[in-house]
Design a protein around this ligand. Structure first.
Ligand code: SAM
Ligand code: SF4
Length: 465
């Protein structure tokens, strides 16, 4: 596809703005909205765009979904339980609507983009007013107008891989912001549904990304999180080969105090990127590098395109160039056919690397992916036992790895009051670790300097400097 086909035209965006005005003018339109978000940061950011569009249509946010006139579920389908949870909550709202018959219910996001799901909504979830996939997000004004005007169910799924710029965004935080640099994924890891529901990789124009970053800097944002399923392959198909390392270097010069990014695929992690990070002024010393498994045969079956040894080499390079770097990962246990010995390779890798944190998952078969047809499904009790052992190991190691921060200075971006004490606040340090310090509500959204003094339940505690 050429660029004109990928980027949604100005005319189309204007058309949607006109629909937005038409929804606003409808006498029976919803006045309040509530967005329920499942899944990753990409979905959280899509929800910010949905909220932005709804506010342009004259709606205001409602804290409680049961009180809102318009409730929209932004779904995830990466694992089966995320999908089950979303559908369960949608069904629950059907009951709530009996007390509030004008409530409009919408379901959108990755789950709707799954093959066959549109039919399921049409047949089994007739009470859902509107359903649309990730590719149609920018058409929300038009689809909502149709639904409200006709009173009929609207189900709209498209497979076009688009980039829609300049959508209104209602950001959840003023101090930290998501900034998408690319959409979709071309990797087709054999267990993963993402390439099927989020489409082919497409990168945003670097100048547009820089303009957005400059605006965020002017607005006083202290941290940006660059988003993409595989940020390291940023730039494919764009003129001038603007790869991720170069983009990051330019973003570092914008002057936003903290820059983070996710996710990185180990096979595409270049030395250039490591050099840019090491020489950066604002790029935080942290890296999320999903390993998935420590066994080469499983990695091959997962279609990950790296070996255990290559992964460990990337980790060594990162640590040599950026001493003390905060490292996190994703791990899947019980991939089809995984033996106890192969699982032990994952345990030994975790032991060897000593991550600061790890997101651990039991393999969940996803229809349409290659792994879903593989033999050797691991019994549930074995999977539960494996994940318990893995979590226990990680928690033990984390106690040790986090001790290296004791006595050091950290700058934390305060996210909120501590859950354990009203006189303390917590936030993320530069190395992506959580730190609790003395403070009050006034510190929320501020960068606070502290010295790390202790470690309690895998959370660091500090004293303000
Ligand atoms: N693009 C990112 C990457 O390559 O790591 C993350 C994508 S995915 C939304 C986040 C994590 O979910 C993956 O790293 C993987 O560990 C996990 N995941 C994806 N598909 C899964 C499945 N079918 N079963 C269990 N975990 C899965
Ligand atoms: Fe899924 Fe692999 Fe793409 Fe990540 S890189 S989104 S795990 S296919």
């Amino acid at each position: 596809m050429n660029r004109e086909e990928i980027v949604v035209s100005r005319e189309e965006l204007e058309r949607q703005r006109a629909f937005s005005g038409m929804v606003k003018a409808l006498p029976h339109r919803p006045r309040s909205y509530h967005v329920v978000t499942y899944g990753c940061q990409m979905n959280a950011h899509d929800s910010e765009k949905i909220a932005g569009m709804l506010e342009e249509m004259g709606m205001t946010a409602s804290d409680q979904r049961e009180n809102a006139d318009f409730v929209i579920f932004n779904t995830c389908c990466v694992r089966e339980n995320a999908e089950r949870r979303a559908l369960g909550n949608v069904t629950w709202l059907k009951e709530v609507r009996k007390q509030k018959p004008d409530m409009v219910i919408a379901v959108c996001g990755c789950m709707i983009q799954e093959p066959g799901m549109a039919e399921v909504i049409l047949k089994k979830y007739k009470f859902v007013n509107l359903a649309f996939g990730t590719a149609n997000l920018h058409k929300l004004p038009e689809m909502l107008y149709e639904t409200l005007n006709s009173g009929r169910q609207t189900v709209n799924v498209e497979d076009r891989d688009v980039i829609a710029e300049d959508l209104p965004i209602r950001r959840l935080r003023n101090d930290a912001a998501y900034l998408t640099i690319m959409y979709g994924c071309d990797n087709f890891c054999s267990y993963c549904i993402v390439p099927y529901v989020r489409g082919r990789e497409r990168s945003r124009d670097p100048e547009t990304i820089l303009r957005e970053a400059e605006k965020l800097a002017e607005a006083g944002v202290k941290e940006i999180m660059l988003l993409g399923q595989n940020v390291n392959s940023y730039g494919k198909g764009l003129p001038g080969n603007p790869n991720f390392a170069r983009l990051l270097k330019r973003l570092d010069e914008v002057g936003i105090p903290r820059i983070r990014f996710m996710t990185s695929h180990p096979k595409d992690l270049s030395d250039d990127l490591i050099d840019v990070m090491a020489g950066g002024k604002h790029i935080l010393p942290q890296f999320h590098l999903p390993v998935q498994s420590g066994n080469n045969e499983i990695l091959k079956k997962m279609n990950r395109h790296y070996t255990r040894e290559q992964y460990l080499d990337r980790v060594s390079r990162l640590r040599a160039a950026i001493p003390g770097i905060g490292l996190s990962t994703d791990i899947i246990v019980s991939f089809p056919g995984e033996t106890e010995e192969q699982f032990q390779d994952t345990m030994s890798l975790v032991n060897e690397v000593r991550f600061d944190s790890a997101f651990t998952f039991i393999y969940s078969p996803r229809t349409g992916t290659k792994a879903a047809d593989m033999e050797g499904i691991i019994p549930e009790d074995v999977s539960t036992d494996r994940i318990k052992r893995l979590i226990a190991l990680q928690e033990n190691l984390q106690q040790e790895t986090l001790k290296r921060f004791i006595g050091t200075e950290e700058e934390i971006l305060v996210e909120g009051l501590s859950r354990r004490s009203k006189l303390a606040v917590s936030g993320k340090g530069r190395h992506a670790v959580s730190v609790t310090v003395e403070g009050s509500e006034q510190d929320i959204g501020q960068i606070v300097k502290c010295r790390i003094t202790g470690l309690k339940n895998n959370t660091l505690t500090g004293e303000r400097i």
